[in-house]
Design a protein around this ligand. Structure first.
Ligand code: NAP
Ligand code: F7E
Length: 342
């Protein structure tokens, strides 16, 4: 039978990939958009699905708006991907971040509990909940220690997912996803900031990129594989929580080196901390600089996930490795910059 899914955050990175996957599987896909306007449509356009998703206007801040939407479309599955997802911004906007990422999830859960409690619900939880990590690698049993308003808000939502499952027997899943990137990643995140910046440097449109902490380590995977894990979670007999990660970690510095390398630059490092500079070995030009502006008041130094449970129970396993991911993103941005120059 044809299923109906509602994806919140449809215009984000994961929303676009998940929308495509569910359409391929024959779902009727409703995409909730908070009216970000035509400019927010680029990902759906790039995937060629902008006319196939049924866009509805829904903001996680507005209870009645969500209520009417769920009552009208009564989805079989909801994927809650909408969020203020930029950790750095959450320090400046902790209340907005909590309203959307914590209370917004509760609004959805409570509305479903009232209207259609059998709805299967996926919540986009995050490795940021591990923050100052209490164990390496992190598993579903590792204690949480969030380090940002974003992490704290997502942890509230995570426990609500667990609570609604236990209290009302609802099919609610928390996917604890480690960083996942792609050519559709937002430009504010370090990976895309780097690959887009490097493509512009390569084509003479920019001199350098200014960044923050180069020593933070992340477990970076490929978004298009992670959204398959989301779908799998909602197809199981029992609702549960799962980590999706690669089991490999790399520093931001390694990302810089590898991304430059993939377009023919060799980076030599000079200086320490905020005085660090990444220099082009061939020309001696400074291509990377560090500024305190991009440091966070509290940093997550190291993330490394163990995806064993997802492999065993869901049969989910990431294939794309760090080097391939960086190359894929750099190549996509080189193509975009060439287009922009035309
Ligand atoms: P993203 O590209 O930033 O997309 C988030 C989407 O949420 C955007 O389309 C945004 O709308 C929408 N949104 C923001 N505030 C909203 C509100 N008040 N009401 C309705 N929609 C709202 O994020 P992503 O990388 O695809 O991530 C998807 C989800 O997974 C997020 O919840 C994120 O926190 C979580 N997550 C991401 C990662 C990762 O590495 N990517 C890892 C773990 C968890 P606009 O387009 O209008 O801004
Ligand atoms: O930072 C460091 C920064 O903003 C990664 C979101 O999808 O993944 C993402 O959160 C690291 C941090 O992602 C710059 O300090 C250095 O240590 O790309 P990011 P994030 O904070 O890890 C998690 C799992 C989510 O759930 C989030 O929604 O890179 N860094 N220099 C920088 N970061 C940025 N953005 N910009 C810099 O210039």
């Amino acid at each position: 039978m044809n299923k109906t899914a509602l994806i919140t955050g449809i215009r984000g990175q994961d929303g676009a990939y998940l929308g495509r996957l569910l359409l391929e599987k024959g779902y009727t896909v409703f995409g909730a958009d908070r009216r970000s306007g035509e400019s927010g449509n680029w990902r759906l356009k790039e995937l060629g699905i902008e006319n196939e998703i049924k866009i509805i206007y829904m903001d996680l801040l507005e209870f009645e708006n969500i209520y009417r939407t769920i009552e009208r479309i009564k989805p079989d599955e909801i994927y809650n991907l909408a969020a203020q997802s930029f950790v750095h911004a959450s320090f400046e906007q902790p209340i907005l971040t909590s309203e959307v990422d914590a209370i917004g999830v509760l609004r959805l859960l409570d509305i479903i509990r009232t209207i259609k409690p059998e709805t299967r619900f996926y919540q986009a939880s995050t490795s940021e909940m591990f923050g100052k990590v209490q164990e390496i690698p992190q598993t579903e049993k590792t204690p949480f220690y969030p380090r940002s308003p974003y992490g704290v808000a997502k942890l509230f939502a995570h426990w609500m997912i667990v609570n609604y499952r236990e209290a009302y027997n609802m099919f609610t899943c928390s996917g604890i996803l480690f960083n996942h990137e792609s050519p559709l990643r937002g430009l504010e995140f370090i990976t895309r900031k780097l690959t887009y910046g490097i493509a512009r440097i390569k084509h003479g449109l920019q001199d350098k990129i200014v960044v923050g902490n180069l020593d933070a380590k992340r477990d970076w995977g490929y978004a298009d594989e992670y959204i398959q894990g989301m779908w799998l979670m909602l197809q199981q007999e029992q609702a549960d929580d799962y980590i999706l990660a690669t089991g490999e970690t790399h520093t931001v510095r390694e990302f810089v080196e590898y991304a430059f390398d993939s377009v023919g630059f060799k980076i030599r490092w000079e200086g320490q901390d905020v005085l660090t500079k990444g220099i082009d070995e061939k020309t001696g030009k400074v291509l990377i600089e560090v500024s305190p502006e991009f440091y966070r008041p509290a940093e997550v130094e190291l993330l490394l996930g163990n995806p064993a449970k997802a492999k065993e129970r869901l049969g989910w396993q990431p294939v794309v490795k760090f080097e391939e991911l960086v190359r894929m993103m750099t190549e996509a941005d080189i193509r975009r910059v060439i287009e922009e120059k035309r």
